[in-house]
Design a protein around this ligand. Structure first.
Ligand SMILES: Nc1nc2c(ncn2[C@@H]2O[C@H](COP(=O)(O)OP(=O)(O)OP(=O)(O)O)[C@@H](O)[C@H]2O)c(=O)[nH]1
Ligand SMILES: [Mg+2]
Length: 453
């Protein structure tokens, strides 16, 4: 456990810098009450007030000029966001007022907070673990319901609990091995080979389950890349426009209309989809179109899902289908038959029939998209999922050490090797929640925050 963190007092404007109803300045650290009292005139002193109370008064500058009427909320350590003495000053929502008040504070024994420093202090004071600290950034950055839900789950500790559980299983297993080492001279056996093997296997199963949630977690957090591809003129741009409900891309009866990749975002039932309309794939003499087609192929490679669009009249393009299967995993591809409003002229059995003109079949298309995202995810609101690359890497390292431990056991290596592997595994696991973390890791995480968080 890290002890409560005694540091200097910091302050920052924690609301967006613009005109709004209110702006808030947060001050945190042992000197926050004193610093606030030196610029605040109210009924009593903040330093003498109870925690979780709100005080009306005015902020004045060094010449006693009134800057603004404010509300000061105070939180006494450890019952605050950071775990330290903390003050939040709400002013009228004018960036000049907020900046002026911050400046006044900075003339006292207060310094400007660095990005993420409040949350970093919350972590260092054991208010939250590292997973939860990272989730704070995710909650702020979430743009869809699904990503918010995922981030909220993390903040509420779902993943932390899961990792803690795995950690105690691991500590349990390694304690037997360590005991045997301690009593090596007496030749005592505390755990059988098979039993230890089983314990490790059980942890590995859980880790594998968690690792398998990463691709899903990532798309929930960052959005799903969807490429719209096919021959020229099949209606890719028309479909993009229909989904966006606006005339975003140029549509024409002339094949080869779209040359550049057009990217737009849309939220479907709370999941963020990033749609890439591309140039129709064909051999072209035109240099610009050829470059467009190269970009289409790139878009396919980078896509989580590929909508392979065909014109119901022209029929299914086997040639492009095999090309797509060379560029991406075939279970990422959804077959679409467009222009169904013209009537089914071919005996095409595969593919989702749609019309980018009338909107027919678009619901089925959305359903297929969502199915691809949620496939094998077993996702419920109460699932712990991995959505962060750092967590993913730590878990993978843990898994490798556990596999090493199994290998050492199998080869009947001395208990010291097994113990070392298990200790390393536990360290990697602990890194996720921040039981052991280097300054580099911490800085890396917190500098990505915005100022004031
Ligand atoms: N009847 C009918 N016409 C459609 C449908 N979708 C697209 N079209 C027409 O097909 C033609 C080509 O549409 P686009 O959306 O430009 O096709 P594209 O696949 O983007 O073509 P390129 O950009 O050239 O590769 C236009 O004349 C559209 O109006 C549809 O569902 N039904
Ligand atoms: Mg187009």
């Amino acid at each position: 456990m890290i002890n409560r963190h005694r540091e200097d007092t910091i302050a920052a404007i924690i609301t967006p810098l613009g005109v709004g109803a209110v702006s808030v300045i947060r001050v945190s650290g042992a000197g926050s009450f004193q610093a606030t009292d030196s610029i605040f005139v109210g009924k009593g002193k903040i330093a003498n007030s109870k925690s979780h109370t709100v005080h009306y008064g005015k902020i004045v500058d060094e010449k006693e000029n009134k800057i603004d009427d404010v509300l000061v909320s105070l939180f006494r350590s450890p019952h605050s966001y950071t775990g330290e003495d903390c003050v939040e000053i709400s002013t009228h929502g004018n960036p000049f007022i907020a900046k002026k008040i911050l400046q006044l504070l900075l003339q006292k024994e207060v310094r400007q907070a660095e990005p993420g420093e409040f949350t970093k202090r919350a972590f260092l004071n054991n208010k939250i673990d590292l997973i939860q600290a990272e989730a704070v950034a995710d909650v702020i950055n979430s743009r869809t319901e699904a990503s918010l839900l995922g981030a909220r789950n993390q903040l509420d500790g779902l993943l932390s609990q899961k990792i803690e559980g795995l950690r105690s299983m691991l500590i349990n297993a390694s304690s037997f091995v360590e005991l045997e080492l301690d009593f090596a001279e007496e030749n005592l056996v505390f755990i059988g080979y098979e039993e230890l093997q089983q314990k490790i296997d059980r942890i590995l199963t859980e880790i594998n389950d968690l690792l398998s949630t990463y691709s899903f977690g990532r798309v929930i957090r960052d959005g799903v890349n969807v490429a719209l591809v096919g021959k020229p003129n099949v209606g890719k741009s028309s479909l993009l426009n229909y989904i966006l409900k606006e005339s975003r891309a140029i549509v024409s009866h002339i094949p080869g209309t779209t040359r550049d990749v057009i990217r737009e975002e849309v939220s479907i039932d709370g999941v963020l989809f990033r749609l890439y309309d591309t140039a129709g794939i064909r051999n072209s003499e035109n240099e610009i179109e050829r470059e467009g087609v190269t970009r289409s192929r790139e878009a396919v490679k980078n896509a989580d899902i590929v909508l392979f669009i065909n014109d119901v009249e022209q029929g299914f393009s086997n040639e492009i289908y095999s090309e797509l299967k060379n560029l991406t995993n075939s279970d990422r591809i959804i077959l679409i038959l467009n222009k169904i409003d013209k009537g089914l002229k071919n005996n095409l059995k595969e593919g989702i029939p749609i019309s980018a003109k009338t909107g027919q079949g678009i619901d089925a298309l959305f359903k297929a998209l969502k199915q691809k995202v949620f496939i094998n995810s077993n996702y419920t609101e109460k699932s712990a999922i991995i959505a962060n690359f750092r967590h993913y890497q730590c878990l993978k390292k843990t898994k490798e050490y556990l596999l090493n431990a199994k290998e050492s056991l199998k080869n009947k290596l001395s208990g010291e090797f097994v113990a070392l592997d298990l200790r390393n595994a536990e360290n990697s696991l602990s890194e996720i929640i921040g039981v052991v973390t280097s300054d580099d890791i911490l800085n890396n995480i917190f500098t990505k925050f915005c100022i004031g968080k």
